[in-house]
Design a protein around this ligand. Sequence first.
Ligand code: HEC
Length: 100
Amino acid sequence: MKRRLLALALTVPLAAPLAAAAGESGLVTFHTKCSRCHGEDGRGQAIFNTPDFLSSKLDAAAMAQVISKGRARMPSFATRLTPDEIKAVAAYIKAGLPAK
Ligand code: HEC
């Protein structure tokens, strides 16, 4: 019993950095770092003055720029996400959000 608990205690912290090294998926990044301001469905929240992604005129590349550099009250994620994670979350916003 003790040994099983020890094995569990060792695998959980080892698995997390491995997942991070491979890069978070756009969906995971969106729901952990973006949805509190942009809404679970990406439609924006009046209280944060966030736009509705589904009617955005930006393409995925332009969105990646905003995500990396920030804009107005949109924070920069250049130091918190890798370029691949930024691309993945931009692609998720363009293609993976639930339809209206
Ligand atoms: C602290 C709140 C906050 C968080 C967290 C946040 N955003 Fe934003 N975001 C904003 C605001 C506010 C704007 C509107 C900026 C403006 O008025 O120019 C915005 C704008 C954007 C835009 C531009 C949309 C357009 O059509 O012009 C994109 C893309 C975007 N955010 C993506 C993200 C992603 C991806 C994340 C998570 C990695 C994220 N945001 C996290 C507040 C936030």
